[in-house]
Design a protein around this ligand. Structure first.
Ligand code: DX5
Ligand code: ZN
Length: 217
């Protein structure tokens, strides 16, 4: 099953609730929420209070991508805010096993994200605990970057490994995804597609419908 996860990072923050509602009504499966701490990445976005304030605008799953150093400190707060899936960065956690267990014990789905230069093998030992692996196709921190071609091979490798040890693992791709590359990304094994600029620049409802038409066909 394929899922579309619009990233609100590219939306108009002055009307975030309406933006979330619009893409949800257009059929978006998840809402991708990029939390940046100005420390793990060189940008600051928003935190759990903003996420909590959006919860009333949609029933779509909240797919929370934490670009935060030692995110284990905030898990209860994100649970309370309404997070359904919490993805932490491999590069940002001292004790990955404990961090994942904390997410799982709070009843949320757990994901690990890997930045473009992190070997894909890093996630293999955790695969049985994971609901999702997020493969970054740009360096984390900013929307609007160009999809890195090497991501195709990285996704293919993770899907191959998942087929052996964790069939049904969700593989999410994040960064520079648009109507021109989404089918090729699907073909190598990703099934959760984050789209920021390609949804929110222009008519977001139309853009969601167009991308959904490509991945749900
Ligand atoms: C980047 C974020 C992405 C970003 C994607 O660090 O994780 O989710 O918002 O934006 P686009 O689709 O514009 O590359
Ligand atoms: Zn993201």
């Amino acid at each position: 099953m394929n899922y579309l996860a619009p990233s609100v990072l590219a939306s108009d923050f002055s009307k975030l609730g309406e933006e979330v509602k619009t893409v949800s009504l257009a059929g978006a499966d998840f809402i991708h929420l990029d939390v940046m701490d100005g420390h793990f990445v060189q940008n600051i976005s928003f935190g759990p209070s903003v996420i909590e304030s959006l919860r009333g605008y949609t029933d779509a799953l909240f797919d929370v991508h934490l670009m935060v150093k030692e995110p284990i400190r905030y898990m209860e707060r994100f649970k309370k805010a309404g997070a359904d899936i919490v993805t932490i960065h491999y590069e940002a956690c001292e004790d990955m096993g404990k961090t994942l267990q904390t997410i799982i014990s709070l009843g949320m789905k757990a994901g690990i994200a890997i930045s473009p230069d992190t070997p894909v093998e890093a996630v293999y030992e955790y695969m049985d605990l994971l609901d999702m692996v997020l493969v970054m196709s740009v360096y984390p921190g900013f929307g609007g970057q160009t999809f890195m071609e090497k991501t195709y091979e990285r996704i293919r490798m993770i899907r191959e490994k998942a087929n052996e040890v964790k069939p049904g693992l969700w593989i999410e791709v994040d960064g520079g995804v648009d109507e021109h590359n989404i089918k090729a990304i699907e073909a190598v094994g990703a099934n959760v597609f984050v789209a920021g600029s390609s949804v929110f620049h222009g008519d977001s409802a139309e853009n969601v419908k167009k991308l959904l038409g490509m991945i749900k066909a």
